[in-house]
Design a protein around this ligand. Structure first.
Ligand SMILES: Cc1cc2nc3c(=O)[nH]c(=O)nc-3n(C[C@H](O)[C@H](O)[C@H](O)COP(=O)(O)OP(=O)(O)OC[C@H]3O[C@@H](n4cnc5c(N)ncnc54)[C@H](O)[C@@H]3O)c2cc1C
Length: 450
């Protein structure tokens, strides 16, 4: 629709602002990926939940589409909408610790805000992402995998209640006990069934200190064997790992942490017992829990200093079935060059126990152990062709992951038809789309342009 034909005058009076400046629209037409750009007609800075509901209803009445945007760290236009309205959720940033020990947060608050408030009471969300500056709504709409997910599942498994504006502009509260089906579709629902405005998350006691180990391995099979030993024995409070390029080859590392209280330091020998890691190369540090949560900030500072933070980010995030993880990942790594990752790129590789994950819409291989297998890579900004080549390569790599029984974590830089991604859940998904968003108003960024 041409901007001049938009019936702005029909919009109800808002508590917040509808920004139609070139500047606001240009910002909302970009994201952390810098790979896709779709320009909205306007950006809503809501002053209330009623504003979101009113704009969603108005958009539906006039054939326009709406996408929520939290921190805009999607890498492939998922929070964008061409000629529609972007709802900036950041004004919903309240964070309140409740008497029941849960935390109530606005959808636009970041994990850094949530962690800071919880820590003041000696508490923490059970699952936090490595990067703390993502919004709650943006994370709950995709799933959320962190270093404690092997034990506590996804972020979406720690949510107990949500307030949602559906595609019809209805404001509903949902939880396991109230509007339970909506609750199950909004968590990891890719913004298709509602805009989250508020979430309640459960908390657990926060550890005071963290013994962090970075262990080196000769190969991927050795890394995976130790990761699975740690998974089986429950010895790791935090468990991740990666393959990084160095000296013309791959280096493998396991990131393990043991949480502890002051004066009750873990015995390193116990933590590392029976592991096959290259012990002389191990790095060990003992830090406060807050320092542990903020450890990723060192990496982002490095990326900011090299310019990689602001360049294109053609990332691919997937899950491999445990039974084929090493073989599939090794085949893919064999074909990846240093150029395919960029200077500080890395391939995350770590196991999760699917027993810990109960989010119905999380698409994971149907095995007890699955691996996060993520190409976190950087294309230098002046070389647009490089970024496009990496996106094409994502299709090829995803094809191999899928052929091995793997699935996509849909925060990736590639378009996969939702029908293919959802598999046997597709019929249910369509039924629910019809119910919660019959006019197809919400979040068109997951549907490739026709
Ligand atoms: C540096 C970096 C590190 C990351 N680390 C991790 C990690 O450790 N683990 C992990 O699981 N993921 C990770 N991710 C992926 C990240 O979780 C997702 O991309 C997430 O969606 C980004 O949150 P955001 O606030 O930036 O969302 P946005 O980019 O603003 O939005 C993402 C999607 O969610 C929708 N959305 C946003 N807010 C709402 C809402 N309130 N209601 C409904 N839908 C909404 C948007 O429309 C869009 O489709 C990382 C991404 C980056 C860039």
């Amino acid at each position: 629709m041409d901007e001049r034909d938009v019936p702005w005058a029909d919009l109800p009076r808002l508590d917040g602002d509808l920004l139609r400046s070139e500047y606001a629209r240009a910002l909302a037409a970009d994201d952390f990926g810098h790979l896709v750009s779709r320009r909205p007609l306007a950006v809503l800075r809501p002053g209330s939940v009623a504003d979101v509901a009113a704009v969603v209803r108005w958009a539906g009445d006039h054939g326009l589409q709406v996408a929520a945007r939290g921190q805009g760290h999607s890498v492939y236009g998922r929070a964008q909408v061409a000629d529609g309205i972007v709802v900036d959720t950041r004004p919903f940033d309240a964070v309140r610790l409740r008497d029941d020990g849960n935390i109530e947060v606005g959808a636009g608050a970041t994990w850094r805000d949530v962690a800071a408030t919880a820590l003041r009471a000696g508490l923490t969300p059970a699952v936090l992402l490595n990067y703390l500056d993502l919004s709650i709504g943006g994370t709950v709409s995709v799933g959320g995998v962190g270093g404690t997910s092997h034990r506590h599942g996804l972020v979406t498994d720690t949510v107990t209640e949500l307030d949602v504006v559906t595609g019809e502009g209805k404001v509903l509260t949902c939880s396991r006990d109230e509007n339970a089906e909506l609750f199950d579709h909004v968590r990891a629902g890719l913004g298709q069934f509602g805009i989250i405005t508020r979430a309640v998350l459960s908390l657990i006691p926060a550890p005071a200190r963290v013994r962090r180990f970075t262990l080196r391995y000769a190969g991927l099979a050795e890394l995976a064997a130790d990761q699975e030993l740690l998974l089986r024995t429950g010895r790791a409070d935090h468990l991740q790992g990666a393959a990084v390029r160095a000296d013309g080859g791959w280096h493998y590392q396991l990131e393990l942490a043991a949480f502890h209280a002051p004066g009750r330091e873990p015995d390193d020998a116990d933590v590392l017992a029976d592991l096959a890691e290259l012990r002389p190369d191990a790095q060990v540090e003992d830090v406060s829990y807050r320092e542990h949560l903020e450890a990723f900030d060192r990496f982002t500072a490095l990326l900011r200093s090299t310019g990689e933070w602001s360049g294109p980010h053609p990332w691919l995030l997937t899950f491999l079935p445990g039974s084929a993880a090493v073989q599939t990942a090794r085949g893919i790594l064999d074909d990846l060059t240093a150029d395919d990752l960029g200077d500080h790129g890395r391939v995350l590789f770590y196991p999760l126990s699917t027993d810990a994950i109960a989010t119905p819409l999380a698409r994971l291989p149907d095995e007890p152990v699955v691996y996060s297998f993520n190409l976190v890579r950087f294309a230098s900004r002046p070389d647009a062709g490089r970024a496009a080549a990496m996106v094409r390569q994502n299709h090829e790599v995803y094809g191999r992951v899928r052929a091995a029984g793997g699935t996509l974590y849909p925060v990736s830089a590639l378009d996969v038809p939702l029908e293919e991604h959802l598999g046997e859940r597709w019929a249910d998904w369509r039924r629910w789309k019809e119910r919660a968003d019959p006019l197809g108003v919400l979040t068109p960024g997951y549907r490739p342009p026709a």
